[in-house]
Design a protein around this ligand. Structure first.
Ligand code: BES
Ligand code: ZN
Ligand code: ZN
Length: 485
């Protein structure tokens, strides 16, 4: 989809459909909409859509009145949703050229970026493997109309919105790939391809190198699969920087999670192709970071494995030695994410990262705790927690802080090793985070449990069903707004 910024008056915009925001309590009488308004059919309720053909007074073929809710509640997150819903609606009617008029009171850069993001994110469909071309509609062009706007700030915002949303869709595309087509080696190939396109460095550690590094926890998970594991490392280095900080992004890359010998029930298991959503988010974030060029060096670490049962698979009761030297009793082979992340976190620290964020579809328990609305956040450092919370807020990605007190460590006691990989029935998302904390050591670190938020079970008016691409935008904002303290 081609993205542009237009500064003409909206009456002059020639397009298939011009999206105009309508607010609750403000009667819209332009475009011949007075009767609709009087009849209460156009009330400005959030996501209410009314399509007008050949409206008077504008060059556009259609005007889509898009409800934006109460003006005092309106923010970039709301505009993102409205733009997405409007684009999806128009796309279903085969409209190819779309423009969105910013409301003059809400026409700053954050709004321009959000409109672009909403359009690009709304346009995405997980239909790559549908062969009937008739079902596949797409929008060719989307313009943000900022009538009378001047200066380069809006152009930059539109570009930034495009970069972010395209990165998020890149992540969604990867997450949507089925596990037969996206093995750990294929994730590595995709990473290498992306890295060379955006001038990033990419290195893939193979099993032999992992053995040399002593990554027993990661290798234990990998040993049950015929597919070899890969530890993907993607590096962004700013041209010039005085930054003493080095951000590490660690993402869980389980291309399929059967549970291993502690096998999962069949019902819903097909969804476990999205168990690499954390890793895909890190690749998406790096794709955007490469283009937005923050001052801080950033390195992504993505441990990729397939968690399978089989004659080679690790067993409950096995004891593995992690790269850090700690021994782990594997009580449940389905708690594999924390095992691969343990070694990736240790490696990230060894590589010089001073600050760490991991994202992982780690526990069903976080879905019980927060539902599908909020990412669960755990941190060993208040300043780092606040950085991530702030970035998430600015990007309209919902993240909720969870407790991470040392007392929970009790739950991970093992009679036979330094720690067990599961902590019993209660507080499952917290005990998983406590496990990771053992490997983050004294490095400021945030863990994001995205099991409930990385996949939408139902489509929304503004987003297709399937991978959400969370928390790509938060990670990028964290890097681009990094300030040394
Ligand atoms: N990949 C799953 C977590 C998950 C669950 C992601 C639901 C998405 C939706 C993870 O590897 C897992 O199986 N966790 C177990 C941990 C348990 C064995 C302690 C879980 O949450 O049930
Ligand atoms: Zn699992
Ligand atoms: Zn898993």
């Amino acid at each position: 989809m081609r993205i542009t910024l237009e500064r003409q008056p909206l009456e002059q915009i020639e397009t298939g459909a011009l999206i105009v925001l309508v607010f609750e309590g403000r009667k819209e009488t332009r475009f011949g909409a007075g009767d609709l308004t009087d009849a209460g059919e156009v009330a400005g309720k959030s996501l209410e859509l009314t399509l007008l053909h050949r409206p008077p007074g504008v060059a556009a073929t259609r005007v889509l009145l898009a409800g934006a809710g109460k003006p005092e509640k309106f923010d970039p997150a709301e505009l993102r949703r409205v733009a997405g819903a409007a684009v999806r609606h128009l796309k279903s009617k085969s409209v190819k050229q779309i423009a969105l008029a910013l409301d003059p009171e809400h026409a700053g850069g954050e709004y321009a970026a959000a409109a672009v993001e909403g359009a690009i994110l709304g346009e995405f469909e997980p239909d790559r493997y549908k062969t009937d071309a008739g079902d596949k509609k797409s929008v060719e062009a989307f313009a943000v109309v900022a009538a009378g706007g001047t200066g380069p700030a809006l152009d930059e915002a539109v570009t930034r919105g495009r970069i972010l949303a395209e990165a998020q869709n890149f992540t969604r595309g990867l997450v949507n790939e089925p596990a037969n087509r996206l093995t750990p080696s294929k994730v590595a190939e995709a990473a290498q391809e992306m890295a060379s396109e955006y001038q990033l460095e990419c290195e893939v550690l193979e099993r032999r190198q992992m053995e040399k590094l002593g990554m027993g926890a990661l290798l234990g998970v990998a040993q049950g699969s015929a597919e070899p594991p890969a530890l993907i490392v993607v590096r962004y280095r700013p041209a010039q920087t005085e930054s003493k900080a080095h951000l590490g992004l660690v993402g869980k890359g389980v291309t399929f999670d059967t549970g291993g010998i502690s096998i999962k029930p069949a019902d819903g298991m097909e969804k476990m192709k999205y168990d690499m959503a954390g890793g895909a988010a890190m690749l998406g974030a790096m794709r955007a970071i490469a283009q937005l060029k923050p001052a801080i060096p950033v390195t992504a670490f993505i441990p990729c494995v397939e968690n399978m049962p089989g004659s080679r698979a690790q067993r409950p009761g096995d004891i593995v030695t992690a790269m850090s030297g700690k021994t782990i009793e594997v009580i449940n082979t389905d708690a594999e994410g924390r095992l691969i992340l343990a070694d990736a976190l240790t490696y990230a620290r060894q590589q010089g990262c001073t600050h760490l964020v991991d994202a992982a579809t780690l526990t069903g328990a976080i879905v019980v705790a927060l539902g599908h609305l909020n990412v669960g956040l755990f941190a060993n450092d208040e300043a780092m927690r606040d950085r991530v919370l702030q970035a998430a807020k600015a990007e309209g990605e919902r993240v909720w802080p969870m407790p991470l007190e040392d007392d929970y460590k009790e739950y991970l006691k093992s009679a036979f090793a330094d720690l067990a990989n599961v902590g019993g029935r209660w507080g499952g998302a917290i005990t998983a985070a406590i496990f990771l904390k053992e490997f983050a050591g004294d490095t400021p670190w945030v863990h994001l449990d995205i099991a409930g938020t990385a996949w939408l079970d139902e489509c929304k008016p503004f987003l297709a069903k399937g991978p959400s691409g969370v928390p790509v935008r938060t990670l990028v904002r964290l890097a681009t707004e990094w300030k040394e303290t």
